[in-house]
Design a protein around this ligand. Structure first.
Ligand code: 13P
Length: 287
């Protein structure tokens, strides 16, 4: 059964560790992440962007697949199925489709409109037992067509949105989706500290988990980050292993062209990445 992310994140905040959100793209991705979380006895959040949802034939298909997979793989660790960077319409569609967690990304809207729409979704999500993530400030870079300038969040605005009753809050602190440029200034711990002081117990979310040095991740967790999103790093792991398989000519040997063989090295590589992140975030053994 899919669960809301509320309890796992409350526990993470209190226990000073973070739960990973790993984005999924297909059946292989989902299976690799679920099996690894189970092996590590870690709670896990499966992230689905609107683009990935469309690719996987719509949110209903995704919810049905994940729900069935949790059951047939015998997964007993808590699993939340979460819409990543949702629009208002996307959020409503995912609630309808059976997602257990939603992100409404109103960060590109004027703050008043972000607050109004978030408020409305808080009421719906509370009624249905679904966790809700809001965003203030923006995550830099691009993910599935969602482009952000990367400005740091205003702690006052974070406090205002946190008080609406959301479950978790994503705040821009200089983080970027995808590869960090060589001249990246690093995370703004000053901003994060100010946000945490204002928002207290609210679990904070760090997007753009790919490529952030381990010491910065640990410091961010110390300063109240309880959920960390990773997407690109799993894509790179999959791509690298698949490329190696083909470059070594393995797809031409015997039945190496069988998709179950062709996709296996990539799927295994994702498991390794997820394992490393779960250890780094400290959520292993916490389920
Ligand atoms: P990365 O692709 O940089 O890991 O970011 C993932 C993310 O923040 C999903 O919302």
């Amino acid at each position: 059964m899919l669960v809301s992310a509320e309890e796992m994140l409350k526990k993470a905040k209190a226990g000073h560790y973070a739960v990973g959100q790993f984005n999924i793209n297909n059946l292989e991705w989902t299976k690799s992440i679920l099996l690894t979380a189970q092996e590590m006895k870690s709670p896990v959040i499966l992230g689905v962007s609107e683009g990935a949802g469309k690719y996987m034939c719509g949110f209903k298909t995704v919810a049905a697949m994940v729900d069935a997979m949790v059951d047939s793989l015998g997964i007993t660790v808590p699993v939340a199925l979460h819409l990543d960077h949702g629009t208002y319409e996307g959020a409503k569609a995912c609630i309808e489709a059976g997602f257990s967690s939603i992100m409404f990304d109103g960060s590109s809207l004027p703050i008043e409109e972000n607050v109004e729409k978030t408020k409305e979704l808080v009421a719906t999500c509370k009624e249905k037992g679904i966790s809700l993530e809001a965003e203030v400030g923006s995550i830099g870079g691009e993910e599935d067509g969602v482009v952000g300038a990367g400005e740091c969040a205003d702690p006052e605005e974070c406090d205002r949105v946190a008080k609406l009753g959301v479950t978790m809050l994503a705040a821009g602190i200089g983080n970027i989706h995808g590869k960090y440029p060589d001249n990246w200034a690093g995370l703004s711990f000053e901003t994060l500290d100010a946000i945490q002081q204002k928002t207290g117990d609210m679990p904070l979310v760090l997007h753009g988990g790919t490529g952030i040095p381990d010491d910065m991740i640990k410091k961010a967790i110390d300063l109240g980050v309880s959920k960390i999103n990773v997407n690109t790093e799993c894509q790179w792991a999959f791509q690298k292993a698949t490329r190696e398989y083909i470059m070594a000519g393995k797809d031409l040997e015997g039945k190496g062209f069988d998709p179950r063989k062709l996709l296996a090295p990539g799927a295994e590589a994702i498991k390794e990445t997820v394992k490393e992140k779960i250890k780094l975030f400290g959520s292993d053994g916490k389920a």
